[in-house]
Design a protein around this ligand. Sequence first.
Ligand SMILES: [Zn+2]
Ligand SMILES: [Zn+2]
Length: 238
Amino acid sequence: MLAAILISAAAMTAIVALRYVAASGIFALITGRVRPGYHARLGPQIRREIGWSFASAAIYGIPAGIVAWGWQEHGWTQIYTGWSDYPLWYLPVSLFVYLFLHDTWFYWTHRLMHRPRWFTLAHGVHHASRPPTAWAAMSFHPIEALTGAIVVPLLVFLVPINVAVLGLVLLTMTVMGVTNHMGWEMFPRALVHSRLGGWLITASHHQLHHEKYRCNYGLYFRFWDRLCGTDRGLSPNA
Ligand SMILES: [Zn+2]
Ligand SMILES: [Zn+2]
């Protein structure tokens, strides 16, 4: 049994690491085309970003691997595979619920991480990227990585989700984590500056967090930032 758990944890770590290399690699490549020279002189910083990110991959992979094993072997979790196990309207609702709960957890832990003690101890690693690049998506101190790694493995015990929607949650998490750090806005101005855009976090919102530190703490939505008065709008540099 222990061997099976270890194999599952190792496999999940490898998947998270490969997912990171693929997603960050693709967007770093595109950044080289869209913003030539953006990465110039950032070589040593990018190597550090990759190092911290690989450590984070293990921290994300181990709980995910244990939960995946329990799901397969013992039917743990509320992950379901049949399309009609719950009403169809529940599919988009569950996607939104996962993203909103993850965003809520991230906002409040992120604000805590900006307290001087926690910043020195952990979050300073993420902000050592100036400016961040696509490789900074998982560049976190292990303590901070742990706070992020437990969210989805805990949620799958609490909130029912179709396995395909869970895949969509993880895809959103990966793509937004990478693109919000690459230093330029990939979404059209018409969306970013629309009423809907006023509630969504994309690169130009998170870029300002990396420029000013004490604002724009959210992950996917601007709900908490706007409610708590920490939203300072968009960076003109992204
Ligand atoms: Zn960041
Ligand atoms: Zn921060």
